[in-house]
Design a protein around this ligand. Sequence first.
Ligand SMILES: Cc1ncc(COP(=O)(O)O)c(C=O)c1O
Length: 236
Amino acid sequence: MKTLQRPEVHTPLPGPKAKEVLARDERVLSTSYVRPYPFVPEAGEGVWIRDVDGNVFLDLMAGIAVNTTGYAHPRVVEAVREQAARFSHVCFSDFSSEPQVSLAERLDRLAGGGFRVYFGNSGTEGVEAAVKVVRYHTRRPYILAFTGAFHGRTLGSLALTSSNSKYRKGFAPLLPGVVHVPYPHPYRPPFGAKPEDAGQVVLDYITHLFKTKLPPDEVGAIFFEPIQGEGGYVVP
Ligand SMILES: Cc1ncc(COP(=O)(O)O)c(C=O)c1O
């Protein structure tokens, strides 16, 4: 692939090849995939991404921040190539494998040590696993979550998601035992508080809930985004 270095747009957008792929996409793919804009990528390199018609764009999205090394980072490509030539799947639910153990050790070290690692295929799967770990080990029925939160779209994590009612529409009843409280949003503080008091009023509200409605020793977990994403890129 020619090294991409600057934006280049040669066709109307979407171009003819992108239009053709999108028409086929519409016939065959699940309607649960939304297409907010008609971009059909073909290849990426670092911060640049090329569509199927050869148009090149500066990418500010990185696959929702998943590709933080940039597209097709040579070391990532090499590691994938090397492993794919050995095997890509032998079912790690049943067998151990040295690269998997090495990666888990490294993640444990980076997180401060003393953790156990679960590898999942997506964010929502990680949240599902966390809910199960909490239920299994604490036997406590309640979970606290925050309004504006996005934790995923599968049925368990959907019960924690509270950023847009469209995600829940048509899927109730969801996992019971999830209680939402306001996020300490400094721009739109809950309960009419001043921005600098947003955290305190939320803590006061949780304390109030613990006294009046929610036995604290029956709460197994609090799911909290350190920075909300879907809820509006909110730093609490
Ligand atoms: C905070 C957070 N949790 C969970 C998810 C769900 O991840 P996935 O789309 O990989 O299931 C997302 C996705 O954007 C997220 O932003």
